[in-house]
Design a protein around this ligand. Structure first.
Ligand SMILES: Nc1ncnc2c1ncn2[C@@H]1O[C@H](COP(=O)(O)OP(=O)(O)OP(=O)(O)O)[C@@H](O)[C@H]1O
Ligand code: SF4
Ligand SMILES: [Mg+2]
Length: 344
């Protein structure tokens, strides 16, 4: 039995930089100093504008991308640890090669436990393989079936679990609708009996009419199989109903994290307040009263992020201090973290 409130995934000061050929220094600073934990059985929602680093964070936790520095702990085991102050003037690619070398633990056992459901189901399924082959491949890699019969039975079982038919096993991805393709992607992720799944905007490419079906299915699976989710979405309206807690990212950094109810009721960070002001409210009276906050300016480039608080170029409350010093990500109320100088 797992302990209640057991922490399954923990990330400390994680950074992921993408080197850019011919450019000295860090390159694209896609994930900057992110710390969070995910309890077993919970859904941690992760929101933020396009390009703020949500996918990169999810993939780096799974080590589908080599982390640049920080620590990742899974089930109490450290699966990455690297403390590499960026050498001034060193070429980015050389530095990355050095960091990647010797830092890898054997990820194969963790690959089974940690899975991902991709944003674009059609791009994530090999068009030359049948659905049965796609799901079967996952079973084969981890040697999960002792016989051919067991493998066939398991593929049928998985198709049933995601609401597809046995006969679908012999068809190719292009023969399916977007929603059905995503069901195949979910079956592939479930095939290896994972514990933790990064759901990377699993519904944003789907028709609105079927989005809630897929979300409901993911919630049912979580209940039945005791799964833990990192659920990525562009906006709060998608994640606020399904998440236990929600993290908000801006330009590579986590700016706020709290229980879902608390974040919606009592947002602390100016950027979270902006996001919340854009969420439609069904009650027309409340909707009229709520003031929509529109941010000025564009999101800066993660290749050249602003000094100090990364949000200062767009924050209506920015002071001189914000331009110089990055605010610490601190716990301001029990379980409610935020990074803003205004909060003390
Ligand atoms: N493989 C890569 N090589 C170089 N830069 C990358 C790579 N992947 C992502 N980036 C850059 O890192 C930053 C974060 O991208 P990421 O895809 O993680 O954002 P996101 O929040 O998932 O966006 P979206 O909501 O559009 O999916 C972006 O500036 C992006 O261009
Ligand atoms: S630290 Fe300053 S710039 Fe950043 S969010 Fe707070 S007030 Fe705005
Ligand atoms: Mg993404």
């Amino acid at each position: 039995m797992s302990e209640k409130n057991e922490i399954l995934v923990q990330v400390d000061h994680l950074k992921k930089y993408f080197p850019v050929k011919g450019v000295k220094g860090p390159g694209v600073q896609a994930v900057e100093d992110v710390s969070l934990f995910i309890r077993r059985g919970e859904t941690l929602g992760l929101v933020g504008e396009s390009g703020c680093g949500k996918t990169t964070l999810g993939r780096t936790i799974l080590q589908l991308y080599n982390p640049t520095s920080g620590r990742i702990v899974y089930g109490g085991e450290t699966i990455f640890q690297g403390d590499d102050p960026w050498p001034v003037g060193e070429d980015g690619e050389k530095h990355h090669a050095k960091v990647a070398k010797g830092k890898q633990v054997n990820m194969l056992p963790y690959r089974r436990k940690m899975q991902i459901i991709f944003q674009d189901p059609s791009a994530s399924l090999d068009p030359r393989m049948t659905v049965g082959e796609i799901i079967g491949e996952a079973l084969d890699i981890h040697k999960l079936c002792a016989s051919k019969q067991e493998r066939t039975d398991r593929i049928k079982e998985l198709l049933g679990m995601v609401g597809l038919n046995t006969e679908h096993a012999n068809r190719y991805p292009h023969e399916f609708s977007g929603g059905q393709q995503q069901r195949v992607g979910i079956a592939r992720a479930l095939a290896v009996k994972p514990e933790f799944i990064v759901c990377d905007e699993p519904i944003s490419a789907l028709d609105v009419s079927i989005q809630s079906q897929v979300v409901n299915m993911l919630e049912d699976m979580q209940q039945d199989l005791g799964l833990t989710y990192l659920f990525i979405a562009h906006d709060l309206s998608v994640v606020r109903h399904i998440s236990t807690r929600i993290g908000v990212m801006y330009l590579g950094s986590l700016v706020e994290l709290a229980e879902s109810y608390e974040l919606n009721k009592n947002p602390l960070h100016p950027y979270t307040k902006t996001l919340l002001s854009a969420v439609p409210v069904p009650d027309p009276e409340v909707s009229r009263q709520r003031q929509r906050i529109v941010l000025e300016g564009d999101i800066p480039s993660p290749m050249n992020p602003p000094r100090g608080c990364r949000f200062h170029t767009r924050c209506p409350y920015a002071t001189d201090k914000c331009k110089e010093a990055a605010p610490e990500f601190k716990e301001h109320a029990p379980g409610h973290w935020a990074a803003c100088h205004l909060l003390g």
